[in-house]
Design a protein around this ligand. Structure first.
Ligand code: CP
Ligand code: NVA
Length: 312
């Protein structure tokens, strides 16, 4: 059984190339309106205990385009929101659908869903990781730059779920990755260690720093995310003060390569983690990145729910 929960554990270095190839194929077929009903008759349960625009829409439309169906299950409606256990939910859904995508707070709940269930589980974001975002990001970089290996990605801001997954994903892809965060908000050692291990295999470098200019220097990709993730709303005022020097603006873009791309997983908060001129400017690829969630997620769905060899 193939889960997609943790980029480090669930995506092999060679498998990453295959997933990207499938995503490219999905995008071409979607644009050309060539039917690709690889998951005909299959159902995906989508559990959300946090908000979503991109992840929800892309998985739901993706399942439809693959000939299957998706069920949107908000915690306001399903019994998980009233205390039904992950154990029981995993068993019940395993008897009715073919895979589960879940966005929630505790990463362990996603791991437990996979442990107790008997169907593939996809992590649509936890407090710790955001692995589905990564495949879309790598696809976008590959489209714009023509490849991944040897490029440098710099992430500025909170050492959060997106930053942790970027560390994992860039190291697997053979990209140098630099993370600049205030010292109390850097990525946990676990993710830095994993990235360094993979970087040693793929020949890339990992830099952890508190200096945003050091991270951004000569970068091919500048990436940021909200300073206040879902669940941290009460800390917003404090976080705006703590992260103010980590804003992506024209000064930061000025030390990166002159053709550097700007990426953001979105939703973005203009005037905070990124200035309006950068996110709306010519170096920004955030909407191509958002669209690529659809194509990348279809690759993940096919990889988890069908025999990948049929599609490459
Ligand atoms: N980037 C991302 O996951 O967006 P949503 O929260 O809208 O799903
Ligand atoms: N770090 C953000 C990502 C949103 C897609 C959050 O967790 O809210």
């Amino acid at each position: 059984m193939k889960h997609y929960i943790d980029f480090h554990e669930d995506v092999g270095i060679e498998e990453l190339d295959k997933l990207l190839d499938i995503a490219v194929d999905m995008k071409a077929k979607t644009k050309a309106r060539i039917p690709h009903h690889y998951l005909e008759g299959q159902s995906l349960a989508m559990i959300f205990t946090k908000s979503s625009t991109r992840t929800r829409v892309s998985f739901e439309v993706g399942m439809y385009q693959l000939g299957g169906q998706a069920l949107f299950l908000s915690d306001h409606d399903i019994q998980i929101g009233r205390g039904e256990t992950i154990y029981d939910t995993a068993h019940v859904l395993s008897g009715m659908v073919d895979a589960i995508m879940i966005r929630t707070f505790a990463h362990q709940d996603i791991v437990d869903l996979a442990k107790y269930g008997s169907i593939p589980v996809i992590n649509g974001l936890s407090d710790d990781q955001h692995p589905t975002q990564m495949l879309a990001d790598l696809l976008t970089i590959k489209e714009v730059k023509g490849g991944l290996k040897g490029l440098k990605l710099a992430y500025l801001g909170d050492g959060n779920n997106v930053a942790n997954s970027l560390l994992q994903a860039c190291a697997k892809a053979g990209m140098d990755v630099a993370i600049a965060s205030p010292s109390d908000y850097t990525c946990p050692d676990k993710y830095v260690g994993q990235a360094k291990k993979d970087a040693a295999i793929t020949g890339s470098k990992v830099l952890m720093t508190t200096d945003p200019f050091e991270a951004a220097a000569d970068a091919d990709v500048i990436y940021t995310d909200t300073w206040t993730s879902m669940g941290q709303e009460e800390e917003k005022a404090m976080r705006v003060r703590i992260f103010k020097d980590y804003q992506v603006n024209s000064k930061i873009m000025g030390v990166a390569h002159k053709d550097a791309m700007f990426l953001h997983c979105l939703p973005a908060y203009r005037g905070y983690e990124v200035t309006e001129d950068v996110i709306n400017g010519p170096q920004s690829y955030v909407f191509q990145e958002a669209e690529n969630r659809l194509h990348a997620h279809k690759a993940i769905l096919v990889n988890c729910m069908a025999d990948i060899n049929e599609f490459i």
